[in-house]
Ligand binder design. Structure first.
Ligand SMILES: [Zn+2]
Length: 274
């Protein structure tokens, strides 16, 4: 049996992407952003196949979760697309997978020179902690994968994101496709060069799969979220089991799968207008 590989894809860490105009449906450069994102995902899929993958599932993990262009996706990959779902960027992961890779990743909110830095939802989240440690999205995803016994083996994105991820998960392979000068400015590889790098890095990581371990996951798991405003914490506090730690801070402790669901609920599904 060949490898079964899970790829989670975001858009902000893609080579050539520096602006919200490339990341938000309806904006002037969104179609370009989608194409660039799909190209990097395809490179990771091909790298996985080069290393012997026979099953590759790609999870679209940005915004409305409908960014990858289905007909332009590598034909050997299956696509998880759309919402509502149970797990933000990891919908469908389970213990049948051999490895997890992430493309297009960005740094956590508050990262200097992190291109389009944020944590899940720019307008809401100042910081998110698991068992006391502030983490970026790739590391949060590695924990979800780790719960199912699946190791994270590669991340691609800007320099700040790769370094931030490797500071927590030292042996995750990194493909740096751009380097930020500021939140909205970067020096980037050409998309073709970026894709070559991602393909090679994915292949090398999967050919050395034995050297990776699933991220350790405590049970119960404690998630804390600092919001930007008090009303966001007011709404989150309505979730049974949620504790209010401060005016803008809540925490939820539970079984890991419960925590992943609460994360999705609080950050993406609690809609309110005042
Ligand atoms: Zn995103």
């Amino acid at each position: 049996m060949g490898l079964k590989v899970f790829i989670s894809a975001d858009i902000e860490g893609t080579a050539g992407v520096v602006s919200l105009l490339q990341c938000v449906p309806g904006e002037a450069e969104y179609e370009m952003g989608k194409r660039l994102m799909t190209g990097e995902v395809n490179a990771a899929v091909q790298g996985a196949i080069d290393a012997g993958a026979t099953q590759v599932v790609v999870c679209d993990g940005h915004g409305n979760m409908q960014n990858i262009i289905p007909e332009e996706l590598h034909p050997e990959a299956e696509l998880v697309r759309g919402a509502i779902r149970e797990s933000l960027q990891m919908q469908g992961i389970d213990n049948s997978y051999d490895a997890f890779l992430m493309t297009g990743a960005h740094a956590m909110a508050g990262t200097h020179k992190g291109v389009l830095d944020h944590s899940w939802v720019s307008r809401m989240v100042y910081s998110i902690r698991i068992d006391g440690r502030t983490l970026n999205e790739p590391c949060l995803n590695a924990i979800t994968a780790g719960f199912y016994g699946v190791p994270m083996v590669m991340v691609s994105g800007d320099k700040a994101t790769v370094e931030q991820t490797q500071a927590v998960l030292a042996n995750v392979k990194g493909a740096v496709v751009k380097e930020g000068y500021s939140r909205y400015c970067a020096r980037s590889l050409h998309p073709e060069k970026a894709r070559t790098l991602i393909r090679q890095t994915a292949r090398e990581a999967l050919e050395n799969l034995a050297q990776f371990k699933p991220a350790p996951v405590n049970d119960p798991l404690c998630m804390e979220i600092d919001f930007y405003r008090t009303d966001m914490a007011d709404a989150a506090e309505l979730v049974p089991g949620m504790k209010r730690l401060g005016s803008r801070t809540v925490s939820f402790t539970g079984e890991p799968e419960q925590v992943f669901r609460v994360q999705e609920l609080v950050l993406y599904r609690l809609k309110y207008e005042l």
